[in-house]
Design a protein around this ligand. Sequence first.
Ligand SMILES: [Ca+2]
Length: 345
Amino acid sequence: MCAHMWRLIVLVAGGLILVGVPSGAGAEGTPFPSPMRVWVDTDAACGVRGRVDPDDCFALAYLMARPDLEIVGVSTVFGNAPLSATDRITREIVGEQVPVYRGAAEAGDVAATDASRAIIAALETGPLTILALGPLSNLRAVFQSRRAVAARVSELVVMMGKREGHLFHPSEGSKAAAFFGHGPIFRDFNFAQDPDAARAVLELRLQVTLVPYEVARRVTLSREDIEALAFQRDVVGDIAMRSVDWLSFWQESVGIDGFYPFDLVAAGYLGAPHYFGCRATGVRIGSDRRAYGPLPGPLSLMVGGLAGSESGVLGQVRYCDRLEAGLHAHLMTALGVGGAGGSGD
Ligand SMILES: [Ca+2]
């Protein structure tokens, strides 16, 4: 079943109708579709000095431009940078368009914050799709404070997760490149920032969709793309200018003249789910023995090859590891650069 149909069924069960029908399709006497209610939790840090990923900022710009999505609110969390920076930068990018709420400053911070209170209020108002682009610390605080609102989550879309044995290396999967050749091994950053929060949220058995590294790496924002985006006069141009250091880091250290825009790809799942191929699978947290051997490695969030009764399985998630061609062009068009050629997908 395609992702689009899946969302339609869930939201009908939640009391909404016609979500997922193309805009303008309503015949006389037929209600037009309501925008999907979305909450974005982010550790946006574009423009912070040094090698800081600008992908949250592109994701926010993309989502705010979607007429089919109602961004109910945005919450900030530590991650790519300290909370003071992510909160400030999120407000700079979002402007007055959407309310922004300050959240958790560190892992394990489960005290109520403006963010957790606002997310609870939004869930009490109606079903909500939540897109988490940083560690899940704010959501842990939400559900620890008010467990019952978990039933109002239509879908939780999270940028994290991997297949067992998979290492996030630029050359992985390439026949030509030597394994462990040029470039760093990336961490599953959002998970690694607060594994306990991920565990607490996954144990609630919400409708969780993982948009992982392995699908995000199918899309590259090239130097040419960033240059084209920099000519946009709105916030997109500002974000592109804030991406220059990150672009240089990828060129020098990863060996690619562009970068994988992880959180933008996850945002693309909300706006254009038909590009994604997803499957149901078990999920668990543990040491990845296929990657690290018998020695205890770092905790990983792993999917695949797991029987439902296997010890340690936290529940079922949807894992989106396939991508149809065209998402890159869709994202570029949505960000204002029409007719862009494909790059990486
Ligand atoms: Ca992020």
